[in-house]
Design a protein around this ligand. Structure first.
Ligand code: ADP
Ligand code: MG
Length: 398
């Protein structure tokens, strides 16, 4: 990594200082405001413990949801503060404002050994437009800057790009460092054979990454709704399957350019549209019946994909192989998760990136058995495609 890490800091010179730490606490909230999944909070604990242990006072900035520059009470970070306090066993103060004199005073008066979480940065009109003056004002809340918000680092927002421009040092937290180490290994130095599995719904978000992998991967396995779009590009019948019609041409072009490296499922599990049903059946991939939708890869495809993955030197997976939220269509996704584990356990470097794919492997109880599960969806895909992110550009070079 060519960006400076928090581990490179001379901590003795920073005792008592305020670290402005951008975290990604964009967690799912249940009704009543309970945090439904604390994975993103847990992911920041190593950096926060490191800072606290060095006598540094963390001031935390995060966004939650898409409030669009105004106060939306249901998207307050207040419930997150309680969860963080519980997990750390350290007092976490919450302040219901972000860009105010009170926030500045509170940050200056924060006792050592405690943390301050400021309110949702996206309540501020200038956050997502990266308003320069806002970036400068947010920077006053800290003496130096730490980005540990990997999932947001592809956003050129005031708290990610604006604030660090005014603070020195500006460094990567441990989460960001671990993400970059793993993704950089996939991007620039994959052990061979390099196998990729793509699934999920949207091709358009992933075109540039597919382009990059077309140049670097030996095999790209394609499942999920993405496979339907490729099948449509081959002129095959797709019935009522989810197809991204404005990406059909792009899919056809990819196939024409690398027919031997793109692998589509040989068979599919089809069912009644919109129903997680037991009337599903297995059909060859070129024979999706009228009125039916393809919701998973079939048993032949599972076997072919699993064999290829298990023999990989490097494996990267983004996007579920089907409508995995429906119990009847989760088998293909589970098979790929198991194959990723098999690959990792036989010495391959196996990485999962993408919000839904990460959830799928966590739900299968297998997340601890692969090399790395990225906490960033869009950020990990963008880093793999381009080798940098706007929020990284704002940090000090090594
Ligand atoms: P990720 O978040 O891992 O990048 P995406 O957001 O691209 O993945 O896609 C995940 C979504 O795609 C899931 O909600 C899943 O149900 C849906 N999906 C995948 N395959 C199919 C399919 N064949 N038909 C309908 N939905 C699908
Ligand atoms: Mg998703």
């Amino acid at each position: 990594m060519n960006k400076r890490s928090v581990r490179s800091l001379d901590m003795s010179g920073l005792v008592g200082q305020r670290a402005l730490v951008r975290v990604d606490y964009n967690v799912p909230l249940e009704e009543g405001g309970r945090v439904a999944d604390a994975a993103r909070i847990e992911a920041t604990l190593p950096t926060l413990r490191l800072l606290l242990g060095a006598g540094i006072r963390p001031i935390l900035l995060s966004h939650l949801g898409r409030p669009g520059g105004r106060i939306v009470p249901e998207e307050s970070l207040r419930p997150v503060a309680a969860v963080l306090q519980e997990l750390l066993g350290t007092p976490v103060h919450f302040l219901a404002s972000t860009d105010t004199d009170l926030a500045l005073e509170t940050s200056l008066g924060l006792p050592e050994g405690e943390l301050l979480l400021l309110e949702n940065t996206r309540f501020l009109p200038g956050e997502t437009t990266n308003d320069e003056a806002l970036g400068a004002r947010l920077a006053r809340m800290g003496d130096f800057y730490v980005n540990d918000a990997f999932g947001t680092t592809h956003r050129a927002h005031a708290s990610v790009v604006g604030a660090p421009a005014h603070l020195k040092p500006a460094v990567a937290g441990l989460l960001v460092e671990a993400e970059l180490d793993a993704l950089e290994r996939v991007r620039s130095a994959p052990d061979r054979p390099f196998v990729v599995a793509f699934g999920g719904a949207k091709i358009r978000d992933k075109i540039q990454l597919m382009e990059a992998f077309l140049a670097s991967a030996e095999t790209i396995l394609i499942g999920g709704a993405m496979a339907n779009t490729f099948l449509a590009g081959m002129g095959r019948p797709v019935g009522e399957s989810l197809v991204e019609y404005d990406a059909v041409e792009v899919a056809a072009d990819f196939l024409a350019r690398a027919p031997e490296r793109l692998v589509l499922p040989a068979d599919l599990v089809v069912g009644v549209p919109g129903r997680d049903s037991n009337d599903s059946r297995i059909v060859p991939a070129d024979a999706i019946p009228d009125g039916m939708a393809a919701y998973d890869i079939g048993p032949q495809a599972r076997e072919r994909f699993s064999d290829t993955i298990a023999r990989a030197g490097t494996f990267f997976w983004n996007g579920p192989m089907g409508w995995f939220e429906a119990a009847g269509y989760a088998e293909g996704t589970r098979a790929v998760a198991r194959a990723a584990v098999a690959a990792a356990e036989s010495g391959a470097f196996a990485v999962v990136g993408g919000g839904d794919s990460a959830r799928a492997i966590r739900e299968a109880g297998l997340a601890d058995r692969v090399s790395h599960v990225s906490t960033g969806g869009g950020a990990s895909l963008e880093y793999l495609a381009h080798g940098t992110l706007p929020g990284l550009e704002a940090l000090d070079d090594t």
